[in-house]
Design a protein around this ligand. Structure first.
Ligand code: ZN
Ligand code: ZN
Ligand code: ZN
Length: 143
């Protein structure tokens, strides 16, 4: 999927600053989610922690990124589906957390609608599958 950061920012009424564009570029570069510590490492020289944190929060609010917690409780970020908007996410797909390389994938598998008991209103449903990803299973079975 080709991501154009400037276009995304314009679409969501955000002014494009150099730092905002850099964060989006970094996240869009790979098809897997990127963790906050990893982003800090990659962008640390250009963007301080507080600014990065603010940018990520704004992106999450605007429906540009969705946050996925990994098994260690670390926040990971991935680009949203195009139907996401302000305060309304539609990322009802299964996430896959590889226990070998620790990468988080957004899978093209939708979470089935789950019926809540009376009195419970779910605003988000998260489904994360744990196991071995495609890349790691190739490495394991090879030679
Ligand atoms: Zn979303
Ligand atoms: Zn893996
Ligand atoms: Zn996702």
């Amino acid at each position: 999927m080709k991501i154009d950061p400037i276009h995304i920012l314009k679409d969501h009424d955000l002014k494009h600053t150099k730092q905002r564009v850099r964060v989006l570029e970094e996240i869009a570069m790979d098809s897997v989610a990127i963790s906050q510590p990893e982003l800090e490492k990659k962008l640390g020289k250009e963007i301080d922690r507080v600014t990065l944190y603010r940018i990520l929060n704004a992106y999450e609010e605007k429906g540009i990124l969705h946050k996925i917690m990994d098994m260690n409780g670390t926040a990971n970020y991935a680009i949203c589906s195009p139907s996401c908007s302000v305060d309304h996410h539609h990322d009802e797909h299964v996430h896959f957390n590889c226990t070998n390389c620790l990468k988080i994938y957004c899978l093209d598998v939708m979470i089935p609608k789950i019926k809540m008991p009376a009195g419970f209103t779910a605003s988000t449903v998260n489904t994360t599958a744990y196991g071995i990803c495609e890349k790691c299973s190739v490495l394991q079975s090879g030679n």
